[in-house]
Ligand binder design. Structure first.
Ligand code: HEC
Length: 114
């Protein structure tokens, strides 16, 4: 009886340590968000339209091969003062190469409407 009273708190301490350890492990390796590409691409919608289908004069991105979008975004990102570019050189700098690939892949998979 004395033994179980003395070991019980120790067990609960270990349970707490284990819970913290598994929480830390989860924080290090978060589950990949299945909507990440779509969510990143949504930041382009104000100008390039919902799902990359722009209205009016703005260029649509829907159905554009991913390599083309990646190439243009990389050009915008890495060229100090690209000729005739008004805003994309600033926007492109806000995304990692990995994020640009995800965005380009999302738009390549969208159905162009025009
Ligand atoms: C504030 C409006 C705006 C937002 C937001 C925006 N763009 Fe643009 N985009 C433009 C404009 C304007 C151009 C024409 C080039 C320029 O003037 O910068 C352009 C051109 C492009 C082009 C070249 C299209 C072509 O065929 O010539 C690509 C690719 C592109 N944008 C990708 C993106 C992506 C990807 C995002 C989101 C991460 C995005 N844009 C967000 C305004 C925007």
């Amino acid at each position: 009886m004395q033994i179980s009273v003395r070991t019980a708190p120790k067990l609960s301490v270990w349970a707490g340590v284990l819970a913290l350890a598994s929480a830390a492990a989860q924080a290090q390796a978060p589950a990949p968000n299945p909507h990440l590409a779509r969510n990143l691409a949504a930041t382009c919608a104000n100008c390039h339209g919902t799902n990359g289908n722009a209205r009016g004069e703005m260029k649509s991105l829907a159905g554009t091969p991913a390599e083309r979008t990646v190439a243009l975004m990389t050009y915008y990102k890495t060229t100090p003062q690209p000729q005739g570019v008004t805003i994309m050189h600033q926007i492109a700098k806000g995304y990692t190469d990995e994020q640009i690939k995800l965005i380009a892949g999302f738009f390549a998979a969208q159905q162009p409407r025009k």
